[in-house]
Write a new protein. Structure first.
Length: 131
């Protein structure tokens, strides 16, 4: 067993109150780790995209959820929205500096999920055998 003077992440989170129900981290985590939040952040990780392109790339997202999730990520300072006056208006989205910093941490998680999703889903036991 190795003894370390470093405080573990869990100890830090507990000491800072980060696992408490009233901690703002809950709200931010909910925004960025929501089903659509993660997928939109991955979609924007390499380049800016327009509304319609995001809708095509993130297959299955409704217009309502696309608008709501982008609005939330914009308010959080993670995504930037720019409207170019034209007919019809051109709306572009890209990651802010904060968003790019976040995605550097998020992409390894998404990569791990992609590498293991098939085996995890295939290995699930039916509900009746979980007892």
């Amino acid at each position: 067993m190795t003894v370390s003077n470093e405080v573990s992440l869990l100890d830090r989170m507990l000491g800072d109150g980060l696992l408490a129900s009233a901690c703002p981290t809950r709200e931010v985590l909910d925004h960025i780790t929501s089903r659509w939040g993660v997928l939109l952040l991955v979609a924007l990780s390499e380049r800016p995209m327009r509304w319609g392109e995001l809708r095509r790339v993130v297959d299955g997202i409704s217009e309502k959820m696309l608008a709501q999730t982008l609005r939330t990520l914009e308010v959080d300072g993670i995504v930037h929205r720019e409207v170019t006056p034209s007919v019809p208006p051109r709306v572009d989205y890209w990651l802010t500096d904060r968003g790019r910093s976040l995605v550097q941490h998020l992409l390894p998680l998404v990569s791990w999920v992609a590498d293991h999703a098939d085996e995890i889903v295939a290995g699930r036991r039916p509900a009746a055998s979980r007892t």
